[in-house]
Write a protein that binds this ligand. Structure first.
Ligand code: HEC
Length: 193
């Protein structure tokens, strides 16, 4: 009698387990399908967060569309966007006066098409920043003049040395040299240019 009861319990448990597994399997398949469906609709069009224009997700050449076709806003999100969108005022207070002024220019010009958090939380060597800033300047409606781009580059490089010392210390010597030159020039203790 006891043996029979145990047998029934075991088979009952097995039966229940099978039911649970089947349910899991079915709902999982459904989940995947749903995810795929929403992915397809999402990949057709991307809504611009600024002007609401529905952009094709792909460019005619098949690459991912990153800039709103109507207003130029960035329609993709970067992980850097989620970080702080300003420099800690206590840190900024230690910056050279010229750099405090350029910070305002940088804030104005580089938060037009995405949050300022994007450049603030992106770590790049000076030569790469030059490339990136030139790319930003050339975007339609950037409103960035070449001399402003140069000043912003100086600021970002200075800020890399001051605020991102861990990243800076690991840079190749050539990149460090470029950055140190910028700091010396800004702080006015450069022997030469
Ligand atoms: C006219 C709009 C516009 C302006 C102004 C602008 N950006 Fe951008 N930025 C974009 C768009 C669109 C993207 C995403 C596509 C790309 O990377 O080109 C982007 C991407 C970036 C990225 C991430 C690139 C990557 O691949 O990691 C950085 C960093 C960046 N911008 C920095 C800046 C800085 C610094 C400035 C100011 C000098 C600036 N942006 C001004 C439109 C702009």
């Amino acid at each position: 009698m006891l043996k029979l009861m145990r047998l029934t319990t075991v088979s009952l448990a097995g039966f229940l387990l099978m039911g649970v597994l089947t349910t899991l399997l079915v709902s999982d398949t459904k989940g995947v399908l749903l995810a795929q469906a929403s992915k397809t609709t999402q990949s057709d069009k991307i809504k611009c967060p600024r002007c609401g224009f529905m952009n094709p997700a792909k460019n005619p050449d098949g690459t991912v569309n990153t800039d709103c076709d109507k207003c130029g806003y960035s329609i993709v999100t970067f992980s850097a966007d989620k970080g702080p969108s300003k420099i800690d005022p206590k840190v900024l207070a230690t910056y050279a006066p010229e750099m405090k002024a350029t910070y305002n220019l940088f804030r104005n010009k580089c938060s037009k098409c995405h949050t300022l958090a994007r450049p603030l939380n992106t770590d790049l060597p000076p030569t790469k920043w030059e490339e990136y800033i030139k790319r930003m300047m050339k975007k339609p409606g950037s409103g960035i003049k070449p001399d402003e781009a140069k000043r912003i580059w100086q600021f970002i490089v200075y800020d890399t040395v001051k605020r991102k010392s861990n990243f800076f210390n690991k840079l190749p010597e050539k990149e460090k040299e470029i950055a140190n030159k910028v700091v010396s020039k800004v702080e006015g203790n450069a022997g030469s240019k």
